[in-house]
Unconditional design. Structure first.
Length: 442
């Protein structure tokens, strides 16, 4: 048993811990799960929860939500760390939960960072989840499809928690400034603009926002009456960044990503790198930028240089592995490559044109010769009849139509003469000419 110190009560808890919400009404964000009538809220209010996994970035309330659930459902709550616990600890906790079950008490076992458990450790939970000894709530920042065993994952409902919006963060910060658990009993003066900047720099992480607020208040200027004044200089020193103009009410966020995209499209690497730096230094999530670059690689470059997609995806993975500030050079690599690549929007125009036809002809049946025929009945109904296997032919081509009869002759992909796409254009022309010469359906 841990020994108590006479000084324990003199050391205040961090602001984030003091402000931890205790009810669904106080919980910020996740309206898609916890709003009135939403699925998770209904499960909690009806005391009908089952094992689940919360997947989301740091600071969005995964642990807090698990504790609220335990309190609302009057369950025994056991906080279990995947970092410090082994199989022996799991078995001890499971036995405790089994004993609780015999006395009619539910046990919620919350496993933080469940992705850190190896297969054997995750498997140790399985029999207890299956027979209902515990309700398992796992929390992870990683995709559970890859990090959680399939057997365990199949017994859990996955709920995706989103980063908090700037408005959610601002509400939390203002509450901390007025609530007695926070700084409500102190006279803290901090401008609305600084709260806006704090909310942006938090990146949707409530814990980070509250930690930063606590730091700036503790380092604020104290006046003769004991009031605390937080200045922009104090904020800049505490976050170690220059507070750039960014994301006021969300508009600047979209303005800057638009500027980056259009600079790459206009083959201007200098402008592209400038807008990239503006975003990263203002606290933008590098993975967000990387995702937009991946989109650009096919939307604006495409087959003109297929390697662009490889570079973009590699940059995304580098950002995931390293994070900021190390990944800034990888994003620069990708952004400059995109700007210098030949441009073609043939991929996007092909899909958008096909999309219109697909939506207008959703009921168009798949031609019989393109259907699989795994059963005798299907073969009797002429499924797959007339299908021509291209590899059986000398030129690896056939004149067989692969569109519904009503759409025969439709064209969606129109290659340009930019970069490598000129070769695809020539190849496509050759294919079409060959099919025209060998078409015996006329």
């Amino acid at each position: 048993m841990d020994q108590m110190s006479i000084f324990d009560n003199l050391v205040p808890e961090p602001l984030a811990a003091r402000m931890r919400p205790e009810s669904l009404e106080d919980f910020a964000g996740q309206k898609h799960l916890l709003g009135e009538g939403k699925v998770l809220r209904r499960l909690i209010e009806s005391d009908n929860i089952s094992s689940m996994i919360f997947w989301g970035p740091p600071g969005v309330g995964k642990t807090t939500l698990a504790q609220i659930i335990a309190g609302h459902t009057r369950s025994k709550f056991i906080n279990f760390s995947a970092v410090t616990s082994g199989i022996k600890d799991i078995r001890t906790v499971m036995q405790q939960a089994e004993n609780n079950r015999h006395f009619g008490e539910k046990t919620i076992v919350f496993v933080d960072e469940i992705h850190r458990f190896n297969k054997a450790q995750q498997d140790a939970f399985l029999p207890f989840v299956e027979k209902g000894s515990i309700i398992l709530i796992g929390a992870t920042t990683e995709n559970p499809s890859f990090e959680v065993n399939a057997a365990l994952l199949s017994r859990c409902k996955v709920f995706v928690l989103q980063p908090l919006s700037s408005d959610d963060i601002k509400q939390l910060l203002k509450h901390a400034l007025t609530d007695r658990r926070g700084f409500g009993e102190q006279r803290v003066q901090i401008g609305e603009e600084l709260i806006d900047k704090l909310s942006v720099f938090s990146g949707g992480d409530a814990r980070s926002a509250l930690m930063t607020l606590e730091m700036v208040v503790l380092n604020g200027d104290v006046d003769e009456k004991g009031g605390i004044n937080v200045t922009e200089d104090t904020l800049e020193q505490c976050i170690s960044k220059k507070t750039l103009l960014y994301d006021k009410n969300g508009e600047e966020h979209y303005n800057l990503i638009s500027a980056l995209h259009k600079s790459m499209r206009n083959s201007d690497p200098d402008a592209a790198v400038y807008w990239l730096a503006r975003m990263l230094e203002a606290g933008e999530d590098p993975l967000y930028i990387a995702r937009r670059v991946v989109r650009f690689a096919s939307e604006d470059v495409g087959l003109a240089d297929s390697k662009a997609l490889e570079v973009a995806v590699a940059a995304y993975h580098a950002c995931h592995f390293l994070g900021m500030p190390e990944c800034n050079v990888h994003l620069t690599h990708a952004v400059v490559y995109m700007a210098m690549s030949p441009k073609s929007n043939a991929m996007e125009t092909a899909y958008l044109t096909a999309q219109k036809d697909a939506l207008n002809d959703l009921a168009e049946p798949v031609p019989l010769h393109l259907r699989n025929a795994p059963t005798k009945l299907m073969r009797e109904l002429d499924y797959s009849k007339g299908y021509k296997y291209a590899h059986d032919y000398e030129d690896k081509l056939t004149a067989m139509s692969c569109l519904p009869d009503s759409m025969k002759g439709k064209e969606y992909y129109h290659p340009t003469e930019q970069g490598n796409e000129v070769h695809y254009k020539k190849r496509l022309e050759q294919i079409k000419q060959w099919k025209k010469e060998h078409d015996d359906s006329k």
